[in-house]
Ligand binder design. Structure first.
Ligand SMILES: N[C@@H](CCC(=O)N[C@@H](CS)C(=O)NCC(=O)O)C(=O)O
Length: 311
């Protein structure tokens, strides 16, 4: 049997969706290779691996490429089941609520962040976020009129999280951290790490601080730096793993294995990634692409948050 290829994470420090995965790797106590990517494209050695999907993070295992945290965590769970991301049978609820939390919290969290540090965002960063990523102007001046709404929306989400933890439990589902804890931690981390020290994003929500600190204490596992060139070579030298956990004709919309399809995020950075359908389910889709330099790749996406159509 071939040894399992190394786990490679393409990410950057400021990216808190990446932080969700870094802590997930820590929770599983894994060794992994860390490829530091720029905070905005061009990412010339990553784009050929993802087929153009532009967001961060991206997980790579040999010639298998996982786009979006909602597929990265289930993939890590499949490859390394213990300790689980889904204690107490919480997988369905954790997946559904994670998606809802990320969707409802991202723009309000950026709005609050921009209020505190938006004046320091470089002009080219604001331009990239508007034109290539979110479709909105995240400068302090542009976000300011909705600041009160962003604060309300964030506080309302913190409200249910406080209720969930009110009986003194350590994590949302009991005494073990779950994927949902990591998701909720992710957006709070964006504010706690990046706002000025005198502004605590959890001021007024002190009940959440011990929970937040417990998750922060999990750490990031054992990262070892890797160059983008070496990661690219690892994809080129590997062949995609056989997809044993999904049916070739498992697409709920009736698309068959071998059909040309595109997969496109339905919220932002809506770059269609084209390929040949390998296998699918209600939860996942895998497509095959051939890159002239990297060779054959399998690219994995979650179904939540992505549109799959016949090409
Ligand atoms: N739904 C995606 C969202 C990822 C996302 O929006 N990540 C941010 C960074 S935290 C991003 O991609 N920003 C633009 C970029 O880096 O190109 C996921 O769960 O992975």
């Amino acid at each position: 049997m071939q040894p399992m290829p190394e786990i490679i994470l393409h990410h950057y420090g400021l990216s808190t969706f990446s932080e969700k995965v870094r802590v997930a790797l820590g929770l599983k106590g894994l060794a992994w290779r860390s490829v530091d990517i720029p905070a905005a494209p061009p990412r010339p050695l990553l784009a050929p691996l993802t087929g153009g999907y532009r967001r961060a993070p991206v997980l790579q295992v040999g010639a298998d490429i996982y786009c979006d945290t909602n597929i990265i965590l289930p993939a890590l769970e499949r490859l390394h089941p213990s300790p689980t991301f889904y204690p107490a049978g919480c997988e369905g609820v954790a997946r559904g609520l994670s998606f809802a939390w990320d969707r409802t919290m991202w723009i309000p969290s950026i709005g609050i962040l921009s209020h505190f540090i938006g004046d320091q965002f470089p002009a080219e960063f604001i331009k990239d976020r508007k034109e290539g990523y979110l479709g909105i102007d995240i400068s302090k001046a542009a976000m300011a009129p909705e600041l009160h709404l962003h604060r309300q929306r964030v506080a309302a989400q913190y409200g249910w999280l406080k209720s969930a933890l009110a009986d003194g439990r350590h994590f949302i589902f009991g005494d073990k951290p779950s994927a949902l804890d990591l998701t909720c931690y992710q957006t709070i981390c964006l504010l706690r790490k990046n706002c000025p020290v005198e502004v605590d994003a959890l001021a007024g929500h002190a009940e959440l601080v011990p929970w937040f600190d417990r998750i922060a204490a999990i750490g990031h596992g054992r990262p070892e730096p890797m160059s983008a060139e070496d990661a690219f070579a690892a994809a080129r030298d590997a062949t995609p793993a056989e997809v044993a956990h999904l049916q070739p004709d498992g697409d709920p919309g009736g698309l068959r294995a071998g059909s040309p399809v595109t997969v496109t995020p339905d919220d932002n950075a809506r770059v269609p990634v084209g390929g040949t359908l390998v296998a699918a389910s209600d939860n996942e889709i895998v497509i095959r692409r051939r890159d002239p330099q990297a060779g054959e790749l399998h690219i994995h996406f979650p179904r939540l948050g992505f549109d799959v159509v016949a090409a």
